[in-house]
Design a protein around this ligand. Structure first.
Ligand code: SF4
Ligand code: SF4
Length: 383
């Protein structure tokens, strides 16, 4: 009796320790949730979701909606469920009240990104359009200024891109930016771990390591769970953009000394063929996304937050200026090559700095880690 009443007290004490934030729903609505107040807890979304059964979560995605409506901020921040939703929209299509549960899940993911980010920049950019715009302008301006101060001579008789943008400087800057962004993202992933798992206490370490190797690379490189969604094109488009950008990252960061030279670029060697392939993937992926968001025919593109538009617009412009640089360089048009390359740097800087640790690109890391952290909780018997 004593121990049973003790257990009850513990549960009770744990339950009341959660803070209630009355304005939580308001914040989630600002982040893109539409119609959440119409939810009357019928559970149709759980029945239609392709993941709820597999995850053994009877109230998925309903539980997350409940946390938002009740203002249970601590529970929401500790939850991994929003990351296990792949935004296929099946739940919204079946919701009898048009409460758009898929939008709530997406908005909660944005909210979680703002919580994981220790700098506070995510919050500023997700909650205000002006914040985003200012951040883009400031970072683009800084990139332009540094580039202008460190650029080499402008040769106009023939195209000498490496003379204009010395490879040592571009290479060092690229590696420095990469290390800073990766470090911020790692800290954010650690904070996600602290919120959702807490510590490794009670989890067998060998098993935890094996699960890490099994889960994170697989889901990072394949985004396999997206294949479960009814609208398969969504998965294909994600893969196109992921591999298009991944390929151009390899070409222009670790292999920069081979690709940034005074030689023409396109169609001259296997590296330039890989460059063409990466831009084709990016252009097709970005164009399909823009078309989908403008047409609003499928659920996944019916609602667009300002950060969605910023992401896809920057991605498109970065790709176009990259293509123009390659074309002008190959045609031996010096000035257009230098101008398009400078524009490319001015656009790619805010795109990477803002998107990798603070916004859309961070989802690529949070998703596989959420599956892994969920598994850690299972290993400890907490799920
Ligand atoms: S979101 Fe819609 S389907 Fe899901 S519980 Fe609420 S009303 Fe029902
Ligand atoms: S959007 Fe898709 S994956 Fe997410 S909760 Fe709804 S049905 Fe499930």
């Amino acid at each position: 009796m004593e121990s049973s009443s003790g257990d009850l007290m513990t549960v009770y004490a744990r339950e009341v320790s959660y803070r209630v934030r009355p304005d939580l729903m308001n914040t989630i609505e600002k982040l893109g949730a539409v119609g959440i107040s119409k939810c009357f807890d019928c559970g149709a979304c759980t029945v239609s979701c392709p993941f709820s059964e597999e995850l053994g979560m009877a109230p998925f995605p309903r539980r997350v909606i409940k946390y938002v409506k009740l203002g249970l901020e601590d529970k929401l921040v500790a939850s991994l469920e929003p990351w296990l939703c792949y935004y296929c929209g099946d739940c919204s299509d079946t919701c009898p009240k048009n409460a758009e549960p898929a939008e709530t899940m997406m908005a909660v993911r944005r909210y979680l990104v703002t919580k994981y980010d220790f700098t506070g920049l995510s919050r500023l950019m997700y909650l205000t359009r002006l914040g985003w715009l200012l951040a883009i302008i400031i970072l683009g301006g800084i990139a332009f200024l540094i580039g202008w101060l460190l650029k080499g001579p402008i040769v106009l008789e023939r195209t000498e891109l490496e003379t204009f943008a010395p490879v040592d400087i571009v290479d060092t800057a690229g590696i420095a930016v990469f290390i800073i962004l990766a470090s911020i993202l790692l800290v954010n992933i650690y904070r996600m771990f602290r919120f959702s798992v807490g510590s490794l206490r009670g989890i067998p370490l060998t098993k935890a390591f094996i699960e890490l190797i099994k889960i994170v690379p697989l889901h990072f490189f394949t985004q396999l769970r997206l294949a479960k969604c009814t609208f398969k094109n969504y998965w294909y488009i994600h893969l196109m953009i992921f591999y298009g950008y991944g390929l151009s990252f390899i070409l222009f960061v670790p292999l920069l000394r081979l690709t940034l030279s005074n030689k023409p670029f396109l169609f001259v060697d296997p590296l330039s063929i890989a460059g063409i392939l990466s831009t084709i993937l990016l252009i097709i992926g970005a164009s399909l996304m823009i078309k989908g968001r403008l047409e609003k025919k499928t659920h996944v593109w019916r609602y667009s937050h300002h950060t969605d538009w910023m992401f896809i617009t920057l991605l498109f412009l970065v790709t176009i200026t990259g293509i123009l640089t390659g074309v002008f360089r190959t045609l031996n048009y010096p000035l257009p090559t230098y101008i398009s390359f400078a524009l490319h740097i001015v656009l790619v800087t805010p795109f990477l700095v803002l998107e990798v640790p603070f916004a859309k690109w961070s989802h690529l890391a949070y998703r596989p880690f959420s599956i892994y952290f969920y598994r850690l909780n299972q290993l400890r018997g907490g799920v």
